[in-house]
Design a protein around this ligand. Structure first.
Ligand SMILES: *Cc1c(COP(=O)(O)O)cnc(C)c1O
Length: 434
């Protein structure tokens, strides 16, 4: 049980008082006033936990520490805290201690796919580059929960150079996804250095930054920061809004600043039980996003990391949400729903089914309204044999990239030029008997 005390919320004083008013908008002041202790949480929000609950919470904190920026804390409505989406994302729950059999420390095998510290190289042409171990707010649903509470640090330049050297030495890498922790925990100066180093590498076409700052500490998005970022175009930013309540004047201003600097913005949400597992909430969220020039990019099924059990929903909930978005609203506002496959298989898109049946020249489809229709396929389509020799093809691909002729996975099974007829798991008994 939580009791709302009659003491005034200290947080309101903080925000109001002349002395701190200026500082409130200073991201460094916010960071140095991060809330780590239950005492401070109680005092700032004017709430009180029972002794039992407090003991349980303290135990949770030993395993998974807490950090909340005063800004993000100020979005909480404590009167209805059990249902408050901000509270649930920021404040520990005793359920984090319930570890089930399917939970894993590193479900995405990010550490196993890491050739050098900081780099995860999973997909052929792009890498994840973790440049900070450290966030302004510790999301309770963090997929990298295993690392939360390790000593907060930003790697030394020498360590970052190892990642940069790896990218430089691998010309297949055309896309570098700078993430963390939160990369915007780096100072402007260090970011300027890091982005400059990455941009120097000729084969890197795009740089992406993943950051939750516009949501949990929008004051970090200063004019100075944006002036650094815009030197390194093409640069994309993905942020992480989960609920419409996270939109405020400050966060909208931060997004506008980034968009005005020509930075294309995307959003990655996580489907979270008790926070946003509702088609109407999701629709309101994606509408807020596109109004602020942010393209909903991914909706993630909650990972199997330890301590996240209470946040997970069935996959059907995500499909139901997509069923309520596709066709019902702007295509621009519909994210791709993905399950990040345990074991490092990467992101797998999941959707409602729209194809009902198929014959040799007709496809039967259903639309979002339930109307069933047919698409008549062409009677004559000249399918020419593709030997991946683009230089002699009548279609015009006269680019360097036409040199890439390898095909992988299912696309290999479809390719004319490949002799592969099946993909067979290693140690298949039937094949071994042959
Ligand atoms: C998500 C992710 C990427 C980027 O994937 P996109 O689908 O291109 O956004 C790259 N590397 C790793 C390890 C990832 O988890």
């Amino acid at each position: 049980m939580i009791v709302i005390t009659d003491k005034p919320k200290k947080l309101d004083d903080w925000k109001r008082s002349d002395e701190t008013h200026e500082k409130w908008f200073d991201w460094r002041w916010q960071l140095s006033h991060n809330i780590h202790k239950i005492d401070d949480f109680e005092e700032l929000l004017g709430v009180k936990f029972s002794e039992t609950e407090r003991r349980e919470l303290e135990k949770t904190l030993e395993m998974f520490p807490m950090a909340i920026t005063p800004y993000y804390l100020s979005l909480i409505h404590p009167e209805d805290r059990d249902n408050d989406p901000v509270w649930r994302q920021a404040f520990p729950s005793v359920h984090e201690m319930d570890v089930s059999r399917c939970d894993m420390i590193d479900p995405l095998s990010e550490d196993a796919d890491s050739p050098v510290t900081g780099i995860t190289h999973r997909y052929p042409d792009r890498v994840l580059f973790l440049v900070s171990n450290y966030c302004s707010m510790y999301c309770r649903h963090c997929t990298r929960k295993r690392k939360v509470g390790d000593v907060d640090f930003i790697p030394e330049k020498e360590d970052m150079m190892k990642g940069i050297e790896y990218i430089r030495a691998n010309p297949v890498i055309r896309d570098v996804l700078v993430s963390g922790g939160d990369p915007l925990m780096l100072s402007d100066k260090r970011l300027d250095w890091l982005l400059g180093k990455i941009r120097e590498i000729p084969h890197v076409e795009i740089i992406r930054i993943g950051t939750r700052m516009p949501v949990v500490l929008p004051y970090r998005i200063t004019e100075d920061l944006v002036n650094v970022l815009k030197k390194y175009h093409p640069l994309w930013i993905n942020t992480h809004f989960n609920h419409p309540r996270e939109f405020t004047q400050s966060s909208e201003k931060a997004l506008a600043r980034l968009a005005n600097a020509g930075i294309p913005l995307g959003n990655q949400s996580v489907l979270l039980a008790g926070v946003n597992d509702c088609p109407r909430i999701m629709k309101a969220l994606v509408h807020k996003l596109v109004k602020n020039r942010v393209r909903p990019y991914y909706l993630y099924q909650c990972d199997l990391s330890e301590g996240l059990g209470h946040f997970r929903t069935p996959v059907g909930k995500g499909i139901e949400i997509l069923e309520n978005l596709i066709g019902h609203t702007s295509g621009l506002a519909v994210p791709t729903y993905v399950i990040d496959a345990p074991g490092g298989g990467g992101k797998i898109p999941v959707m409602p089914n729209y194809i009902i049946s198929w014959s040799t020249n007709k496809v039967v489809l259903r639309n979002y309204e339930g109307v069933i229709c047919t698409y008549k396929e062409p009677d004559s389509y000249e399918a020419w044999f593709c030997d991946r020799n683009c230089a002699s093809c009548k279609l015009q691909l006269k680019l360097d990239s036409s040199a890439e002729t390898r095909s992988v996975g299912i696309s290999q099974l479809l390719a004319d030029h490949s002799k592969a007829i099946a993909l067979i798991p290693e140690n298949n008994e039937r094949i071994n008997r042959r």
